[in-house]
Design a protein around this ligand. Structure first.
Ligand SMILES: [Zn+2]
Length: 247
């Protein structure tokens, strides 16, 4: 393998500081995911630029032997300060973990980049960040190829399922599920979110009281089909009090 230097532009979706003071970042770029290390970065000017959700332009050096590219320079191309607000931050964190779990290194994905960048802008600006996160989570899943069959029961294939699947997060018929059917709005959302544009979904938010069930289904679906996404723990307690309010 030859050594080489490359310039890339992307959004920091993961950031970790090692005991040695290195910053290991994962960027989502239009050319796919890129993982790189800024050696000693925590003590230099890169520390504040390589922050979570920052859009940065980086120069990376890929040595002939080490697997991880080194960040030589980084310039800040864009930041969304409102994402630091606690509620927005939790949802942004969740979507960043989604993107990290769903998209692979080196896989060309300008659509994924555009969708994720749009999701962060929406989380930063929209008055209802939870709704942005629900819509865009489903969109990111679909783009990565995880599309639920909403036309048939996931267990017995009966048509028009309307009940939650407490194990797999899919849709079940009334005979296969012990849970009551989804309310009309939540069911309509699940059936339409993948083929509908983001804008159309954003304009038809599901009432807050119905959202905890959607989050639970999404968590079950992602856990069984994609993998463990740690931010659920951070996010679900904020959704829980809503769940306890009588309908
Ligand atoms: Zn069934």
């Amino acid at each position: 393998m030859r050594s080489r230097t490359a310039n890339r532009s992307g959004i920091v979706i993961r950031r970790r500081v090692t005991p040695a003071g290195d910053i290991i970042v994962t960027l989502l770029t239009p050319q796919g995911k890129l993982k790189a290390v800024a050696r000693g970065g925590v003590r230099g000017p890169l520390a504040s630029r390589l922050n979570l959700f920052h859009h940065v332009g980086v120069q990376v050096y890929q040595g002939p032997h080490n697997d991880l590219a080194s960040v030589k320079q980084a310039i800040l191309e864009g930041a969304l300060p409102r994402l630091a607000e606690p509620e927005r931050y939790a949802f942004a964190h969740l979507l960043a973990e989604f993107a990290d779990a769903l998209f692979q290194e080196g896989e060309f994905s300008d659509q994924a980049f555009d969708l994720f960048a749009g999701a962060l802008r929406g989380l930063s600006h929209q008055p209802d960040p939870e709704w942005v996160a629900l819509v865009l989570s489903h969109k990111l899943l679909a783009l990565a190829g995880f599309v639920q069959n909403t036309a048939h029961c996931a267990r017995c294939r009966a048509p028009a399922p309307a009940h939650p699947d407490p194990l797999g997060g899919q849709l079940l018929c009334g005979k296969c599920s012990s849970l009551p059917a989804y309310p009309t709005e939540a069911l309509a959302f699940l059936r339409s979110v993948v083929r509908q544009t983001v804008r159309v979904s954003m304009d038809a938010p599901v009432p807050h009281a119905q959202r905890p069930a959607l989050w639970r289904a999404l968590e079950r679906y992602v856990t069984t089909h994609v993998g463990d996404v740690k931010s659920w723990r951070q996010l679900l307690p904020t959704a829980a009090p809503i769940a306890s309010v009588p309908a």
